[in-house]
Design a protein around this ligand. Structure first.
Ligand code: 1BN
Ligand code: ZN
Length: 327
């Protein structure tokens, strides 16, 4: 008799635990198995940053710029993307008619449901914030301001190749973002202005976009930037909610950040794709001390900070594909 009770108790416990497990499993809305979000590799991204820095400075017109362009194109193709180069001429910082290139990489180009990821790939011609007056006119390496965000997108492309996703992803690497002058808003973001103003009317428009800029620097936190909020508040809230659910609330802070007229402004305004900017500031809202100085080298980056941000963006990609991330 005691034996029967014991068996009955164990069976009931099994049923109970089974039910509890079923409840905690997050089913996707269409009741299929929830999508598995792959773990991104910080080492892979740091290696991709080193690779770009090894080309040298990468402002439009430099030798390193052409080498980096070819490397980004080859990397994106090797991860299965269809790649197009969009050429345009850029005037900046006293230079005129410099050849510039937006790099457009389409993953799953035939998919109707699409999202977009954006980054800039140029590095800045000058270091106006450097404390050494003799070096203010020298170009910077742009590990954080350039290479880190390029690596982020390429790592996501690499993950998608290894873990295919039922979603189209347009990755646009903008050129000539970082050659502007203070107080001349439209002198920045030349590549995104060109891309957005020439966005084809018959294109399959991504449902939403995410720009990553200045990600992965030591001590960075990511607040809710005002232009992002004005154009796509629900997207901001849902990305931050997801980040918090992933244990990243100390990075994705619930603090407003004033407007930053970055690439996403033009994508929203002219291409009409609701797009947010995940952009790092110090808790004060200022850009980090490395910004537009010669300290923007590999030492300014924190692999774990970079990995956390890219893991959240990767989760957005995969969870959009199974309908469990909504915008
Ligand atoms: C971001 C990083 N930006 C430049 N380096 C874009 C930007 C444009 C930031 C205008 C502030 C104002
Ligand atoms: Zn910059």
């Amino acid at each position: 008799m005691r034996h029967i009770y014991l068996v009955l108790t164990i069976s009931l416990m099994t049923v109970f635990i089974g039910c509890r497990n079923d409840k905690t499993k997050q089913m996707s809305p269409n009741n299929t198995t929830p999508v598995k979000v792959p773990a991104v590799s910080g080492d892979s991204m740091m290696a991709m940053v080193s690779r770009q820095l090894a080309f040298g400075v990468r402002y439009p017109g430099s030798e390193g710029h052409l080498k980096a362009r070819d490397w980004i194109v080859a990397a994106a193709k090797s991860y299965g993307a269809e790649v197009e180069i969009q050429e345009f001429k850029a005037d900046f910082l006293g230079k005129k008619g410099v050849q510039a290139y937006n790099i457009i990489a389409r993953i799953n180009p035939d998919q109707k449901e699409r999202i977009a990821l954006f980054a800039h790939w140029d590095s800045r011609l000058i270091a106006e914030k450097d404390s050494d007056a003799t070096k203010k006119n020298q170009p910077i390496l742009g590990a954080v301001d350039g290479a880190g965000s390029v690596s982020a997108l390429l790592e996501i492309a690499r993950q998608i190749q290894q873990n295919p996703v039922n979603l189209g992803v347009d990755m646009v690497f903008f050129d000539a973002e970082d050659q502007g002058e203070e107080a001349k808003i439209e002198s920045w973001c030349l590549g995104s202005q060109y891309w957005s103003k020439n966005y084809p009317k018959d294109a399959t428009k991504p449902k939403f976009g995410i720009l990553v800029d200045l990600i992965g620097a030591k001590g960075s936190v990511y607040g809710k930037e005002e232009i992002s909020y004005n154009f796509a508040s629900l997207l901001v809230e849902n990305v931050w909610k997801l980040a918090h659910a992933m244990g990243k609330s100390s990075l994705f802070v619930n603090l407003p950040v004033g407007p930053i007229t970055d690439d996403h402004y033009y994508v929203n305004m002219y291409a009409g794709i609701p797009t947010i900017d995940i952009i790092a500031t110090k808790p004060s809202g200022q850009f980090g001390d490395y910004h537009h100085t010669h300290s923007d080298n590999i030492d300014a980056l924190d692999k774990d900070n970079l990995t956390s941000v890219v893991q959240v963006v990767t989760a957005v990609v995969y969870k959009t594909s199974d309908g469990s991330f909504k915008f």
